[in-house]
Design a protein around this ligand. Structure first.
Ligand code: PAF
Length: 308
């Protein structure tokens, strides 16, 4: 019913031409392919004083994304999701080529959540020319994902800044699985005075404990059974925190992966959740966290846990 009302409001507005086709299909979401039509639609909502919640994704949606959509729908008048596999944030071509692409299924999932808009631009639409912008995120980008995936956060910052400028959301929702990305986006918003309030949302896990990720689709059945041990170690480490110093706790996890047939540890850090710098003593921070990346075959699993 709410959808019908929204469409009628639009039909009455000077956007009749854009929304007219939707009147014949009341249950589908508005799918926007161009920057111009997205700006026009969002401006119309801004003019009406509506709040806009935004969930940026690269598609291959899972329950983690859908929880962000649900939260956005609870907290805003309208929700827009973007699906754009951003080529410039992949530091390995192979990772980009293997990234799952399932746009039709994603559209069905978003429609089932009553998401109001999908922005699904092409690469040419987003990058008509090479973007030369450089960013300075200070120490936030020197560690972990920043250190291990050169250029990754520059690519994320370029696309997120562009998306925020096109949509001008009231609130934007990001999962804490990519915790470093969340802090980078916060810094981006602050540095460029961008519109949204950034909402960090809890990690959504499978029943097994495995953090949900689009890349999990590429795990074999056998790998999927073993992958949850990453979180099991993190939880055990959280229990051991009161007995072990940060460096000893880090080593305790490292040892789990030495000579392991199924996993290759890329990094493990015990760090301050405020600034991501490694800590020597628990008293160094009020937000101690553990961050980990392990590889299972060609799949990179990323996870973290709060120790406070
Ligand atoms: O977290 C992601 O899926 C991507 O990094 C994002 C934020 C959609 C930018 O491409």
């Amino acid at each position: 019913m709410a959808k019908v009302v929204k469409i009628v409001i639009f039909a009455k507005s000077n956007l009749q031409a854009i929304y007219w086709p939707k009147i014949y299909n009341l249950l589908t979401m508005n799918i926007l392919k161009t920057i111009v039509e997205t700006k026009v639609s969002m401006n119309e909502l801004h003019k009406q004083g509506k709040s806009i919640g935004f969930v940026a994704t690269m598609g291959a949606l899972h329950d983690g994304h859908l929880q962000l959509i649900k939260q956005s729908k609870r907290e805003n008048d309208y929700t827009i999701c973007s699906i754009f596999i951003n080529p410039i944030q992949f530091n390995k071509t192979e990772d980009l080529e293997k990234y799952p692409n399932q746009i039709e299924k994603d559209i069905e999932l978003l429609e089932a959540e009553n998401c109001d808009f999908l922005f699904n631009p092409s690469v040419e639409e987003m990058y008509p020319e090479i973007d030369q912008t450089e960013f300075d995120f200070g120490n936030l980008e020197d560690v972990m994902e920043g250190a291990n995936r050169p250029g990754h956060f520059r690519g994320v910052a370029i696309v997120v800044k562009r998306l925020f400028e096109i949509i001008e959301p009231t609130r934007a929702y990001f999962g804490k699985k990519d915790y470093q990305q969340l802090l980078i986006v916060n810094s981006l918003v602050e540095q460029y005075n961008l519109s949204p309030e950034i909402i960090g949302c809890e990690i959504i896990r499978e029943e097994s404990g495995l953090a949900m990720s689009s890349r999990n689709q590429r795990l074999s059945f056998g790998q999927k059974r073993k992958a949850p041990s990453v979180y099991t170690h993190l939880k055990k480490a959280r229990d051991l925190k009161e007995y072990l110093a940060p460096d000893v706790l880090k080593r305790w996890i490292e040892e789990k992966y030495i000579g392991h047939d199924d996993f290759r540890l890329e990094y493990i850090e015990v760090a301050d959740g405020n600034n991501l710098q490694p800590i020597e003593k628990w008293e160094d921070t009020d937000k101690p966290m553990i961050f980990i990346v392990v590889h299972m075959g060609a799949v990179r699993l990323i996870d973290n846990i709060e120790l406070y």
